[in-house]
Design a protein around this ligand. Structure first.
Ligand code: PGA
Length: 259
């Protein structure tokens, strides 16, 4: 696990966008796993800027998003489909046919999970996966549970996740109770994973995920086992890490400070 600590959100976003762009330059037909939520918005803004300057070309890139609420369609402003077009896809030259999103309105959500998993496999798996982290340690919508979910599946959202995500809904009562999420197994098969976290509210989950035991009760802790996972954090999100503040700590992840 590699740890990158940026001084603030702007630096973190710039660093993440740079990594994505570098991956696309090395492999123009990159299969890119994308996340939603407030955290990656700055990264997406940076990518749009880089595209406008001609620094990066998305024309051969394929994307797969991590999750979607069950019951929300593309026209719903709180859907992740809408989020992605609004925050990224409308500003870059990715081809529509190369954008893969989960259908929150699928009549048969189980079949939708199977379709998506198959599409990821057909694309050759994810090369670079961006993930956020929930205050409860979730990645994608893989909520704390007893066994790591492997493939794309239906999730009952925890009360905590619904409360935190209510900020994206005009009518707080309309936060869905279920979602579809790519599983931990599929995320772990990505060749590289970048986890982004920037607020102090994430500090506890980050400490648990990096320094605690690997367990499904803290889904993000599984990234300790990935050969190429990068925790890209702000100082605020990293403030609970002993390695940074306690020099006698036994932890041995690679630490890079982005100044
Ligand atoms: P956030 O969500 O970026 O809005 O904090 C992250 C997540 O829940 O995965």
């Amino acid at each position: 696990m590699e740890l990158i600590i940026a001084k603030d959100y702007r630096e973190m976003s710039h660093q993440a966008a740079t990594q994505v762009a570098a991956n696309i330059i090395v492999k123009p037909e990159l299969v890119l796993g994308l996340a939603t939520g407030s955290t990656p918005v700055g990264t997406y803004e940076e990518l749009i800027k880089m595209r406008k300057k001609g620094m990066v070309d998305f024309s051969k890139v394929t994307t797969f998003n991590l999750d979607e609420y069950i019951g929300l369609g593309p026209k719903d402003e709180a859907s992740y489909h809408h989020f992605m077009f609004h925050n990224l896809f409308s500003g870059i030259n990715v081809k529509r046919e190369n954008i893969n999103l989960l259908n929150g309105l699928a009549k048969d959500p189980e079949a939708e999970c199977r379709r998506y998993e198959k599409a990821i496999r057909k694309a050759g798996g994810i090369d670079l996966q961006i993930v956020g982290i929930g205050q409860n340690g979730h990645i994608g919508f893989n909520e704390p549970c007893d066994v790591f979910p492997t493939v794309t599946h239906i999730v009952d959202l925890s009360e905590e996740t619904r409360r935190v995500n209510a900020k994206f809904f005009k009518d707080k009562k309309k936060v869905p109770t279920q979602a579809i999420s790519v599983g931990i197994g599929t995320i772990m098969k990505a060749k590289e994973i970048i986890l982004l976290a920037n607020t102090k509210e994430k500090a506890e989950a980050i400490t648990e995920a990096i320094e605690g035991p690997v367990r499904p009760q803290v889904p993000a802790s599984v990234l300790q086992l990935h050969p190429k996972s990068v925790m890209m954090l702000t100082e605020q999100a990293a403030k609970g890490l002993k390695r940074i503040f306690d020099k006698s700590s036994k932890f041995s992840y690679i630490e890079k400070k982005v100044l």
